[in-house]
Write a new protein. Structure first.
Length: 94
């Protein structure tokens, strides 16, 4: 049984209740982010998928906006979401 309980008061307000004191550095919750963005000045230096900084990145050949550290990250991003946004990026950068 978890010592943490998620309480929902309404659709806009939730709270986490703990049965014990929470110390600084305790991991309470871990989840994947819903979205992320790389600031434009760092786009050519940070992988759009894994967010690792790297000197040389692969550029999306279609939209030319997204950059990736390797083919694996490029494919992962393509299958997760980039195939939806790519045409939009392509249209606004022409």
């Amino acid at each position: 049984m978890s010592i943490y309980k998620l309480k929902e008061f309404n659709p806009k307000y939730r709270a986490l209740e703990s049965a014990k004191a929470i110390k600084e550095g305790d991991l309470i919750m871990k989840c994947e982010p819903i979205a992320h963005a790389v600031i434009s000045g760092m786009r050519t230096k940070i992988c759009s998928c894994c967010l690792k900084e790297q000197e040389e990145l692969l550029r999306c050949s279609q939209c030319k906006v997204m950059f990736y550290c390797d083919k694996q990250c490029q494919l992962k991003d393509w299958t997760s979401f980039h195939k939806i946004e790519c045409k939009g990026y392509e249209a606004i950068t022409k």
